[in-house]
Design a protein around this ligand. Structure first.
Ligand SMILES: [Zn+2]
Length: 226
């Protein structure tokens, strides 16, 4: 069984090839989170796109709850967490923007993102089992290289921020979908968590459908089978 579950904001859980990957796990301070932190006790991999608090979230605590969980982020961000919060080096999957990293039967990759961050460059994250590929764009503005991300990784699903202000807005995210060309669907994230990123997701859904792609609007806690 493969599944994507939206945990509100940019937090996303992916079940794939028997692995449980959580990306940008903001749980405790996430007003939209449908789960408590102990829900993530058994995760295999914690992916972090960048170190803004609403993405780094509860990463350190999750890694400390479960020493089998691995961290996937840029090596610079990983080393920052080692030095600052004593995350054990044994829990790192070292990486940077580039090709796939094989990890216990799944493939992980970091992509470019146009944004800022404190301790390393911001990224997007790709998770794949070789059959189904999921692209989480992280926080990003619209950029032309999304076309390349689509070409290289050929994602089935693209999780894209649409909240505006700090990231793409719904209109820009529709243009992104047209460049990434997700085969099975585009899923909006990073909106309506707080008033500053309040938008109408239907604007995204409508635009994506007009371009001939599938849009999947999830409620926090809702999941789709892949
Ligand atoms: Zn950010």
């Amino acid at each position: 069984m493969s599944q994507i579950r939206w945990l509100g904001h940019a937090a996303v859980e992916v079940l794939i090839s028997g692995k449980r990957v959580v990306i940008d796990p903001l749980i405790k301070d996430n007003p939209l989170s449908p789960v408590k932190l102990n829900y993530l006790e058994g995760v295999s991999v914690v992916g972090v796109t960048h170190d803004h608090y609403d993405h780094l979230g509860d990463t350190v605590e999750i890694l400390k709850m479960n020493n089998k969980a691995k961290l996937f982020a840029t090596f610079d961000l990983e080393m920052y967490l080692v030095n600052q919060f004593k995350v054990p080096e044994a829990q790192l999957i070292p990486a940077n923007v580039g090709g796939y990293v094989e990890h216990e039967g799944i493939r992980l990759a970091l992509t470019k993102a146009v944004h800022s961050s404190e301790h390393s460059d911001p990224t997007g994250i790709v998770v794949s089992d070789g059959r189904t590929t999921i692209y989480h764009a992280g926080d990003t503005g619209l950029f032309e290289d999304m076309r390349l991300i689509g070409q290289v990784f050929q994602p089935d699903y693209a999780l894209l921020p649409i909240g505006g202000r700090f990231t793409m807005d719904p209109k820009q995210a529709v243009i992104a979908v047209d460049m990434i060309k997700p085969r099975k669907g585009a899923i909006p994230i990073h909106f309506n968590t707080w008033d500053m990123i309040r938008v109408d997701p239907q604007e995204f859904v409508k635009g994506v459908k007009e371009k001939g792609y599938e849009a999947i609007l999830l409620q926090p806690g809702q999941s789709i089978e892949l």
